[in-house]
Design a protein around this ligand. Structure first.
Ligand SMILES: Cc1ncc(COP(=O)(O)O)c(C=O)c1O
Length: 334
């Protein structure tokens, strides 16, 4: 039986078609701005998301960091959710490298930040305080697609206080597909947006940061400083172009399979009422001890899962879903 890996959509492998596109990519030196495939990818994503400029970077972490560093100077501050990737999972890069202070707020259960709390957290102009510059949002957040109405309200608030908005759109296309809208409907409220190509879209590496020309110019300098200036990176950008053509619309299949898997899991009496599913992610609200034993049981059956988060992606087909259901049922003795 083949291995099934539900730990994350970052485990996706490039398809034969993607590898072919990579091998035949036209290349140049991207630090000199001469890689035609990177330029094509940057222009394509900037256009798709409604921005003047874009920057291809090795990872989502570096993309978010370049954004934060280009929005905020030392002694300035960004507001983010306390479990936001930018705040919790990026090794404090903005604080370490940029002297940028994070102000973390709790997420609401719908994946948004309460805008009244955001407003209350914006510091007044007073020498005692860091200068609040930026609001960081995430879409999807734990699989939850954030609706344009919320982003529009966030924009109004940020305009009132002269704040910029950065969107960590690692899974922006999942959000757009789930909401049935064009991605630009989610990005038009933001000053910068980072999208990942190496998650649900299935490329081996790479993210793209979008913004206006000045901001992306600044981010390009930061990318160089952070060691993210790659040379013939068109070989990776070609995978990105392939993914845009072939792997966005199919995300709905991942969402459907996740929903089927979640429904089947919820039929298991011990899991009833404990299964949450949004887009391609399933969360199990069960005691950690049970989850640990379940994880071990599945691992013994060639199925890798996160402790309480299971993620469906293009490497997971109907047979794999069926197998995961069967093995989970067996664990619970049914
Ligand atoms: C929401 C979110 N943002 C950013 C990242 C960072 O991406 P990378 O792993 O490419 O650095 C991740 C990675 O899983 C993520 O889930």
């Amino acid at each position: 039986m083949q291995k099934t890996d539900l730990r994350s959509d970052t485990v996706t492998l490039p398809s034969a078609g993607m590898l072919e596109a990579m091998v035949s990519a036209e290349l140049g030196d991207d630090v000199y701005g001469e890689d035609p495939t990177v330029i094509a990818l940057e222009q394509r994503i900037a256009g798709l998301l409604g921005f003047a400029a874009a920057l291809f970077v090795p990872s989502g972490t570096q993309s978010n960091l370049c954004a934060l560093l280009s929005h905020c100077h030392r002694g300035e501050e960004y507001i983010a959710g306390s479990t936001a990737h930018t705040y919790l999972y990026e090794a404090g890069g903005a604080a370490v490298l940029g002297g940028i202070q994070p102000q973390a707020l709790p997420f609401q259960s719908n994946g948004t930040l309460d805008l009244d709390l955001v407003e209350a957290a914006i510091k007044p102009d007073d020498v005692h305080f860091a200068i609040t510059r930026l609001l960081c949002l995430e879409n999807t957040k734990d699989g939850i697609p954030i609706h344009p109405d919320y982003l529009s309200s966030a924009r109004i608030l940020c305009d009132k206080h002269q704040l910029q908005i950065h969107l960590d759109g690692a899974r922006l296309f999942n959000a757009a597909v789930a909401l049935g809208i064009e991605p630009v409907e989610l990005t038009k409220y933001c000053n910068t947006v980072s999208v990942c190509l190496s998650k649900g879209l299935g490329t081996p590496a790479g993210s793209v940061l979008c913004g206006d020309t000045k901001r992306i110019g600044s981010a390009r300098r930061w990318r160089k400083m952070l060691g993210g200036g790659m040379r013939q990176s068109g070989i990776l950008a070609a995978a990105g172009l392939y993914a845009l053509d072939n792997n966005i619309h199919r995300l709905k299949e991942d969402h459907q399979r996740a929903s089927i898997l979640a429904k089947e899991l919820a039929q298991i009496p011990q899991l009833g009422g404990c299964v949450r599913c949004q887009t391609n992610m399933i969360f199990l609200d069960v005691e950690p001890e049970v989850l640990k034993n379940l994880q071990q049981h599945l691992s013994n059956n060639n199925i890798n899962v996160g402790i309480n988060r299971w993620v469906v992606h293009l490497g997971v087909d109907d047979a794999a879903v069926e197998n995961v259901v069967q093995k989970t049922r067996a664990f619970f003795g049914r």
